[in-house]
Design a protein around this ligand. Structure first.
Ligand SMILES: *[C@@H]1O[C@H](CO)[C@@H](O)[C@H](O)[C@H]1NC(C)=O
Ligand SMILES: *[C@@H]1O[C@H](CO)[C@@H](O)[C@H](O)[C@H]1NC(C)=O
Ligand SMILES: *[C@@H]1O[C@H](CO)[C@@H](O)[C@H](O)[C@H]1NC(C)=O
Ligand SMILES: *[C@@H]1O[C@H](CO)[C@@H](O)[C@H](O)[C@H]1NC(C)=O
Ligand SMILES: *[C@@H]1O[C@H](CO)[C@@H](O)[C@H](O)[C@H]1NC(C)=O
Ligand SMILES: *[C@@H]1O[C@H](CO)[C@@H](O)[C@H](O)[C@H]1NC(C)=O
Ligand SMILES: *[C@@H]1O[C@H](CO)[C@@H](O)[C@H](O)[C@H]1NC(C)=O
Ligand SMILES: *[C@@H]1O[C@H](CO)[C@@H](O)[C@H](O)[C@H]1NC(C)=O
Ligand SMILES: *[C@@H]1O[C@H](CO)[C@@H](O)[C@H](O)[C@H]1NC(C)=O
Ligand SMILES: *[C@@H]1O[C@H](CO)[C@@H](O)[C@H](O)[C@H]1NC(C)=O
Ligand SMILES: *[C@@H]1O[C@H](CO)[C@@H](O)[C@H](O)[C@H]1NC(C)=O
Ligand SMILES: *[C@@H]1O[C@H](CO)[C@@H](O)[C@H](O)[C@H]1NC(C)=O
Length: 752
């Protein structure tokens, strides 16, 4: 083990990271979202499965079909396609029919489209027509539109197949009528009891349906039995308008957490069919305005000339383009064909040639520089976008959007550059094997810590988005809060809350400003850190392994309360053997010996490292250092020797040698001893460690303060412990009469 220490000592750098905590209550694994169902593309805000869509835009993908078929939620309406701009979707609508024999009605089939449970959809009034087909038919259409409900219809007549007018729906064999705005369901009907005797032999059935305008091409063959519905087995396409929510743009924009037009190059439009709004990419951009960075600049210079005319030199700009006439022909209009004309002048020919030559040299230089800059800029934007995609930005954005109340934010590179004064070296607050940490100030004046990691395994970038979301939901008062991340760079940067009072390492080992730390405080720090780690191990499945537990990753806030930080780093570090040699996860002096043998990081690795932190608290010695003679001193080894000889007091911090409860110290050391067991399986779990420390602290409390007043303060963070079935707040009243009040805060399961 000591040799290994030598091997890795170069990598042993102190890392300081300001880091984490979050706001939401439970931690759930978000499934990654499916982008297609069969060959139908499902763009956000639509999505399949929880967490992948905005409310009301759920799509059910029924995979029992081959290929799978998408449906509008559980409404049974099968989707044909979705378009974001304009906000439309098409579904199949059943062709309703009735059939007669010579004298009476014999059979019928009705199946209405009913989207009243998904009010984000409205049947388009401008893109559909209600259509009736038959030779003696009064077809009705109605539906939900509010109060009173809607009812209308149209009439057809014809004497024979030959007299029906092909290709038109003007009443002869086919009739059409427009629909009102705001319809969420359609029902059709036929007037029965009409005398069909005259027509039944060539037109035994009548049909009614709502169909996309101009889609249906009536022919007299459709009047014959079964022809119309057997040529359109699934039904006919109906266009739906959709919109987000039921507010106008202005109302929605006021609530920034739920406002759906998240791209900065997007704009909002009121729905034209009922309440709600839609988003569009701004002019000059295209893509998905519902995702941040979803709208991309259109390269007009590559686009069609009739749409983006330019007969001179075309240059793409963000959101627009410029067009100019070439040198020597600046007179005129480059936007029209042959619009550029030669510049007339009265200079002598030689001078003209000279000027022309000089101008063109200048022009070429400037242009190429301009083009070079333009290309560089475009390349930069593309690179940012590709990193964003590669790092799972779109998926993360979707999940953040659909996760109500999430405070996690995707920062742009500009925002972070601004916050850190372009990553000014003066603002570095920590530096180490994993990366560099800067102190920054956001636009809203919040102080944050920004971590730039050094490298990330290619394969793990895909997992990154999902893990970020889990980390963002970590909510424990002793775990630092992660505020967001920036994905526009090769290795994502993390943004954490800023914790002002430095690290436990500094607190313990600062030789210049050595502060006295009473045993209580040491116990409290140990217990808080242990409960934070226990929380991390239990909050998610698979567990979040910190991977680099050490005193410099335990931060202290204004009140010297502990905040465990940098656990996100374990997600970023490479795990496979090949890279193990170059980057050892963890820090010398804290490394789980079994991790060095197996390269496998487990919860028990954190337990080992935590054992070393306890030793630091007890001895105020560094876990790994060289003494004056150049001899290496490994705290864990020193401790083992002392324990073996039962001379623990020899290595204790001077402050703990006098006037303290030696029994308590022994117990505290015993916890460390258990954590430092070389065999993983014999180490306690972090939860057991936290419990032991709690018991220790309580016993200490009783000795120090014999009062029986005790307030068990319970805050939300504690509730996550899923094994606890019941929690109480005990309060004693001020008079000390012992009158105990029990407030049951939580009653998980058990029916108690
Ligand atoms: C999906 O596949 C069907 C047949 O498999 C085809 O008719 C249809 O055009 C395809 N749709 C798209 C959007 O590619
Ligand atoms: C998928 O379609 C089949 C056949 O119509 C149906 O039995 C099944 O319930 C559908 N599955 C879901 C999840 O709706
Ligand atoms: C027409 O249908 C009705 C009801 O099904 C039946 O009673 C009647 O006999 C049928 N008429 C003829 C001519 O088939
Ligand atoms: C549509 O469904 C809703 C609720 O499921 C129901 O109240 C309404 O009457 C239905 N509309 C029609 C036209 O069937
Ligand atoms: C209408 O079209 C059908 C074929 O689709 C044809 O048989 C019929 O003769 C046409 N009728 C008229 C009036 O042109
Ligand atoms: C239907 O019309 C035919 C011919 O016009 C007529 O003979 C018959 O009586 C009518 N039937 C009814 C029920 O009105
Ligand atoms: C309608 O069908 C007829 C014949 O089937 C065809 O000549 C005509 O072009 C079609 N019209 C449209 C608009 O598709
Ligand atoms: C089409 O309609 C006829 C009646 O007009 C019915 O008998 C037949 O089953 C229907 N076919 C399909 C595929 O729905
Ligand atoms: C708007 O939508 C919200 C949530 O979907 C709903 O609670 C509210 O009643 C709706 N308001 C109106 C006026 O429809
Ligand atoms: C803003 O939206 C969130 C999430 O949809 C909601 O919880 C909150 O009540 C809304 N606030 C206002 C002022 O409408
Ligand atoms: C949306 O509608 C509201 C109320 O009708 C109106 O005041 C507002 O100007 C509209 N906004 C847009 C972007 O059209
Ligand atoms: C693009 O630039 C032209 C003039 O150069 C201007 O008229 C036009 O409005 C601009 N378009 C956009 C989307 O800004």
């Amino acid at each position: 083990m000591c040799n290994l220490h030598h091997l890795f000592q170069l990598l042993c750098l102190m890392i300081f990271v300001a880091a984490l905590k979050a706001t939401t209550t439970t931690t759930t694994l978000m499934p990654s979202c499916q982008s297609h169902c069969g060959n139908v593309s499902i763009p956000y805000p639509f999505g399949i499965g929880a967490g992948c869509h905005i409310q009301g835009f759920d799509i059910l993908c029924n995979t029992t079909f081959h290929p799978p078929r998408p449906f509008v939620g559980d409404t049974g309406a099968e989707l044909i396609d979705i378009s974001l701009i304009p906000g439309e979707a098409r579904v199949y609508e059943h062709i309703d029919w009735v059939c007669y024999n010579e004298t009476s009605l014999v059979d019928y089939e009705f199946l209405s489209v009913n989207l009243t449970t998904r009010p984000v959809y409205k049947i388009s009034s401008t893109r559909n027509k209600f259509t009736g087909v038959g030779c003696y038919t009064l077809a009705y259409v109605g539906g939900d539109i509010g109060n009173p409900n809607y009812l209308s219809g149209c009439v057809t007549s014809c004497d024979s197949l030959a007299s029906a007018m092909n290709e038109t729906c003007a009443g002869s064999g086919c009739c059409q009528t427009t629909l009102p705005k705001g319809l969420t369901s359609v029902v059709t009907g036929f007037a029965i009891g009409l005398n069909n005797t005259v027509v039944w032999d060539f037109n035994p059935c009548s049909y009614a349906f709502v169909v996309e305008q101009d889609w249906y091409n009536f022919t007299s063959a459709d009047l014959m039995f079964g022809h119309l519905n057997s040529t359109n087995q699934k039904g006919v396409p109906t266009v739906l308008d959709w919109a987000i929510g039921n507010q106008t743009c202005e109302e929605a924009r006021r609530n920034s957490t739920s406002y759906a037009c998240v791209d900065k190059n997007s704009e909002c439009l009121n729905s034209t069919n009922g309440p709600g709004y839609r988003c569009n990419c701004s002019r000059g951009y295209e893509g998905n305005p519902y995702l941040s960075n979803g709208c991309r600049d259109i390269d007009e210079c590559e686009g069609p000339l009739d749409q983006y005319p330019c007969y001179g030199i075309c240059r793409n700009t963000p959101g627009n383009y410029t067009c100019s006439c070439p040198r020597g022909k600046q007179d005129g209009d480059p936007y029209t064909k042959d619009g550029c004309r030669s510049t007339g002048s009265s200079f002598p020919l030689a001078l003209k040639i000279l000027i022309a030559t000089m101008c063109s040299i200048f022009f070429v230089t400037v242009m190429s520089f301009g083009i070079y800059l333009g290309l560089q800029k475009r390349k930069l934007i593309q690179i940012k976008q590709s990193f964003f995609e590669k790092n799972g930005g779109s998926i993360l954005q979707q999940q953040i959007n659909s996760f109500q109340g999430a405070t996690f934010k995707l920062f742009t590179l500009e925002e972070l550059e601004k916050a850190t004064n372009k990553f000014d070296d003066k603002l570095v607050i920590g530096r180490g094997g994993h990366g560099i940490v800067y102190k920054g100030t956001l636009e809203d004046k919040r102080t944050v810590a920004i971590k730039k990691s050094k490298l990330m395994d290619e394969g793990q970038t895909q997992e990154f988005a999902r893990e970020m979301l889990i980390l963002s939901q970590i909510n424990h008062r002793n775990v630092i809060k992660i505020l967001g991340c920036c994905l526009e760079v090769e290795v994502p940067m993390l943004v954490y809350e800023f914790i002002p009072n430095g690290t436990l390492f500094q607190y313990l080992h600062d030789k210049i400003h050595k502060i006295s730390i009473p045993l209580d405080a040491r116990l409290r720090i140990a217990e808080e850190s242990a409960s934070a780690l226990a929380y991390l191990h239990s909050a998610a499945s698979p567990p979040i392994i910190h991977g680099d537990v050490k005193s410099s990753n335990i931060l202290l806030d204004e009140e010297y309360s502990t905040k465990v930080s940098d656990f996100g780093a374990s997600k970023l570090a490479p795990k496979d053997e090949a890279q193990f040699a170059t980057v050892v996860q963890g820090t010398c002096g804290y490394l789980d010996p079994e991790y060095l043998l197996t390269c496998q990081l487990t919860e028990k690795s954190d337990v080992y490292s935590f054992g070393v932190v306890i030793l630091e608290l007890l001895t105020r010695m560094k876990p790994f250092e060289f003494d004056a003679t150049g001899q290496e001193k490994i705290l864990a080894s020193i401790f083992f020797v002392a324990m073996k000889e039962d001379k623990i007091e020899n290595i204790l911090d001077n402050e703990l040698k006098v006037g303290v409860d030696m029994v308590l110290i022994k117990e505290f050391s015993k916890v460390a001893m258990q954590c430092l067991n070389f065999t993983r399986d014999e180490r306690p779990t972090m939860k057991e460690v936290a419990q032991s420390l709690e018991t220790l602290r309580k016993s200490k409390h009783h000795v120090a303060a014999p009062s029986n007043q005790q307030i068990v303060h319970l805050d939300q963070d504690d509730r996550v412990e899923n094994t606890m079935s019941q929690e109480f707040v005990y309060t004693h009243d001020a008079t000390g009469s012992g009158n105990m009040e029990i407030l049951s805060l939580l009653d998980v399961g058990n029916g108690r």
